[in-house]
Design a binder for this molecule. Structure first.
Ligand code: H2B
Length: 102
């Protein structure tokens, strides 16, 4: 998949307002906070299953009820539509797991 052009990056970012662009513009990241570890891990399991189906995998870090997720496309050396699709997927399922805004 093709890396998103710098010119269209702002409009892509507007579709994922809760996500932060990295300083090098190669990835987006967000932190999710859940009620407890069980909720956080249920969320991670759902993301893992979809990641495997789409062959697009997260870089992430978990401590208890918090999950930090970073999306980038290693094969393209930057951001692609796949990253924004996975970001949107994370946003939508996090709500079902009682995600509280941090
Ligand atoms: C060989 C394998 O299909 C590739 O390395 C896939 C696997 N998962 C991936 N995940 C992500 N986030 N970026 C990739 O470029 C990527 N590539």
């Amino acid at each position: 998949m093709e890396k998103i052009d710098t010119k269209v990056l702002p409009e892509k970012l507007a579709t994922a307002p809760a996500w932060t662009l990295s300083n090098d513009h190669l990835s987006i990241h967000r932190e999710f906070k859940f009620a407890d570890f069980v909720e956080a891990f249920a969320f991670m399991s759902a993301v893992a299953i979809t990641s495997e189906k789409r062959n697009h995998h997260p870089e992430w870090f978990n401590v208890y009820n918090k999950v930090q997720i970073k999306w980038t496309t290693h094969d393209a050396g930057g951001l692609t539509q796949r990253d924004f699709d996975m970001a949107q997927f994370c946003d939508s399922i996090a709500q079902g797991f009682g995600h509280a805004a941090v």
